[in-house]
Design a protein around this ligand. Structure first.
Ligand code: TXA
Ligand code: MG
Length: 344
C-alpha cells in the first residue's frame, strides 16, 4: 500500500476525510502526539488499526470528538455525569481523556470488551477539522508501531507506518509531545490512569479527590489486572538499554562519568551536559517539565537510530506537575530499571 503524505489544505483534508468515510486509516496530528484514526463506529475499520500497529487486541482505543455535542449526537456514552461536565468545561478541548460508561453503539474493537469508553476532545485545529469533515467520531491510538515511542512529527508516522496505512496528514510537530492525561470517572473516587499535559494538581482543583492508579509510578505486580490495559506493556523503549538514575544532578553526573565507556550515553538536562564525559541527549532545562515532555519521544527515537549507543543513563525527573508524565514514560522506556544513588 502506498501511504499518501497529505498537507494542511482544503483538498488534502477532504481527501483524508474521504479515506475515513471509506473505512481507511489516516495518521492525524493532535496537540499531544499523532493519532492513527479510523471511523470509531465502524468495527471493521477499527480492526485495521490493530493490524497496522501490531497492537494487542485487548488494549482499548480513545474516541476523539470535535464538539462536546458529539457525545450526545452520536450517543457515545451511557452517562455524562456532572464531574465529566466540570472536567470538560475546565480542560476541553485539550490533552485530557475521560473514561465513562459506554453506550451500545461503541464497537467491541474500540472498547476491547470493557463496559467503558475513553473520550477525548483534542484542541489541534487540523484534528478538529478532520473529525468534523469525517462526520463521525475517530478512534485513534498513537500512530506508532506498538512498543515504540509515540510519534510527534509526520516523519515519525511515516517511519513507523509508511506502507501500512492510507495516509499521513502533516500538521507539524506536536505541542505537548506526550499522550493525553487519562482519568476514569467510571470508578469512585475518580482515578488517574495515565499522567499527561493536564496535571494531577489541576484535576484535583476541579474534582477534589482524585486517586492515582498504582500502575502510574510503579510496575504492576505479576498477575495484577491493569485498570488501563496499555499500562501493562513495555513501552517507548529504544534498542539501547535505558537505565533511570535517581539522585542529585551532581551525583548523576559523577555516576555516569564513572561508568563512561564505548556505547554509554546520557539522557539529561541542559545544565548537566557540560559536566558529562559521554554523549548527551538533552531534553530541556531541569525545572522545565513541559520542555522535557515536548522533547522526550524525539530523543528516544534519536537514541534508537544511533547505533553507537548501547546504554543510556537517564536522570530521574521529579514527579510533580508535568514531571509525573515524563517520569511515567521514562520508567517504561527503562523497563522499570532504576538505580537509586541515595541507596547505594
Ligand atoms: O494523546 C493521546 O491520548 C493520543 C492521541 C492520539 O489522542 N492517543 C493515545 O492513544 O495515546 P493510545 O491508544 O496510545 O493510549 C490510550 C490509553 C491506553 O493506555 C489504553 O489502555 C487506555 O488509554 N484506554 C483506552 N480506553 C480505555 C478504557 N475504556 N478503560 C481504561 N483505559 C483505556
Ligand atoms: Mg500509544
Amino acid at each position: 500500500m502506498k501511504t499518501l503524505l497529505l498537507k494542511d489544505n482544503d483538498k488534502d483534508i477532504a481527501e483524508a476525510a474521504l479515506i475515513i468515510k471509506n473505512g481507511g486509516l489516516v495518521a492525524m496530528p493532535t496537540e499531544t502526539v499523532y493519532g492513527l484514526a479510523a471511523d470509531a463506529l465502524n468495527g471493521k475499520a477499527v480492526e485495521k488499526i490493530f493490524r497496522a500497529k501490531n497492537r494487542p487486541m485487548d488494549n482499548p482505543l480513545i474516541v476523539h470528538i470535535s464538539d462536546l455535542e458529539d457525545i450526545e449526537r452520536l450517543n457515545l456514552t451511557s452517562e455524562f455525569p456532572q464531574s465529566a461536565q466540570m472536567l470538560a468545561k475546565a480542560f476541553w478541548p485539550g490533552p485530557l481523556t475521560i473514561i465513562l460508561g459506554k453506550s451500545n453503539i461503541i464497537p467491541n474493537e474500540v472498547s476491547a470488551g470493557l463496559n467503558t469508553v475513553a473520550i477525548r476532545f483534542p484542541s489541534h485545529p487540523l484534528a478538529n477539522r478532520l473529525i468534523r469533515e469525517s462526520g463521525t467520531a475517530l478512534a485513534a491510538p498513537s500512530a506508532n508501531i506498538s512498543g515504540s515511542p509515540s510519534p510527534t512529527t509526520a516523519a515519525h508516522c511515516m517511519h513507523d507506518l509508511g506502507g501500512r496505512i492510507d495516509a499521513v496528514l502533516d500538521g507539524g510537530a506536536c505541542a505537548v509531545g506526550l499522550e493525553s492525561t487519562v482519568i476514569s470517572l467510571a470508578v469512585n473516587p475518580p482515578r488517574l490512569l495515565r499522567p499527561g499535559g493536564i496535571t494531577l494538581e489541576q484535576l484535583r482543583e476541579v474534582l477534589g479527590k482524585v486517586e492515582v492508579d498504582g500502575a502510574v509510578l510503579n510496575k504492576l505486580a505479576e498477575g495484577q489486572v491493569a485498570a488501563s490495559p496499555g499500562m501493562k506493556y513495555k513501552h517507548y523503549a529504544p534498542a539501547a538499554n535505558v537505565i533511570l538514575v535517581k539522585g542529585s544532578a551532581a551525583a548523576f553526573c559523577s555516576y555516569v562519568n564513572s561508568h563512561a565507556r564505548g556505547g554509554v550515553a546520557a539522557l539529561c538536562c541542559e545544565e548537566d551536559k557540560n559536566s558529562l564525559n559521554v554523549k548527551a541527549f538533552v531534553i530541556g532545562k531541569r525545572e522545565d517539565y513541559s520542555a522535557q515532555a515536548h522533547l522526550l519521544f524525539g530523543k528516544l527515537r534519536e537514541i534508537d537510530g544511533d547505533k553507537s549507543v548501547s546504554t543510556v543513563y537517564a536522570r530521574c525527573p521529579d514527579t510533580e506537575g508535568v514531571g509525573m508524565a515524563v517520569y511515567n514514560r521514562l520508567i517504561r522506556a527503562a523497563g522499570f530499571e532504576v538505580i537509586d544513588l541515595e541507596k547505594l
